[in-house]
Design a protein around this ligand. Sequence first.
Ligand code: PLP
Ligand code: COI
Length: 361
Amino acid sequence: MTTPTIELKPSSSPLSDQERDAILAGPGFGRHFTDHMVTVKWTEGRGWHDGQLVPYGPLSLDPATNVLHYAQEIFEGLKAYRRPDGSVATFRPDANARRFQASARRLAMPELPVETFVEACDVLVQHDKAWVPAHGGEESLYLRPFMIATEVGLGVKPASEYLFVVIASPAGAYFPGGVKPVSIWASQDRVRAVPGGMGDAKTGGNYAASLLAQAEAAAQGCDQVCYLDAVEHKWVEELGGMNLYFVYGDRIVTPALTGSILEGITRDSLLEVARDLGYESVEERVSIDQWREDTANGTLTEVFACGTAAVITPVGTVKTDGAEWTQGNGEPGPATMRLRDALLDIQRGKAEDKHGWMHVL
Ligand code: PLP
Ligand code: COI
């Protein structure tokens, strides 16, 4: 695989300091974008080429572009954090790069070299560093690398041309309520992914498939959907954009990977952070009945969801067909908050990075 270098074509009209500061004062999630983006092309027979940093702006696509019809698309999500000394670091970009390669294989797309993925993120963050929110708050700069099939034509086949793009968006709390427990609808009939499907790939189709279930959750008065396995409708998998953890005193459990669960980088990191804090952390199957019964008998003390965008979010009320229960007293639990703070302290450069996860720019 060739590794293109990224040519710099900076914007001649970036937003003014005042305009940017106004956005950074309340960025929300995914609503504002920085001054630049990085693009890299892939063509059959030529490989990766034409890496560029260019002004952020629209992509021009022929209406018959493959991705618009058959959804050959993958994406990633990672964050850049401002450190106490003013420098900036991304969290485990190599892990995102490897997951991007795994998603590419599943979608019959070319694999981007890990070093090109990391370089593209670095170049964008370096040029738009002023967009990384100040140290000390909940905010960070969310990076969204993605790849689309750009061959023009309606034939159903792997495309012969692709475009890799990285954009960046200053991000505050993903859920407007901040660290407030979310309510969960455990759907008994909608599934997110099936064995042999693409549940373990980060591809737009999985999110399109989740939208109706999400609307049904809202109709039930819930914030998020919890998906059960597609065969027995019994084993807890994950939420639409987050993995799950169950706290049994000093033992924390996350559903074992089945091929239909996205292997979250936050999930993986927490298995280690929990061990560092003295918890036993394991990957095991958890059924929806066990969730309800262990909450009732008091052994399951806390449940939380985790992911890059939402960090760690406590689960409050759970609803499923014919049953409803609440974890603990409905407030964020102590283990949830301890793990959240420990992970965020590493990400923000406040605690020792003993696993070598931070990529300082
Ligand atoms: N599960 C799904 C379906 C997701 O979209 C995400 C978000 O990326 C996650 C889990 C959590 O993954 P990560 O921790 O790598 O952000
Ligand atoms: C993330 O946490 O990065 C996600 O991708 C979740 C969602 C915004 C799709």
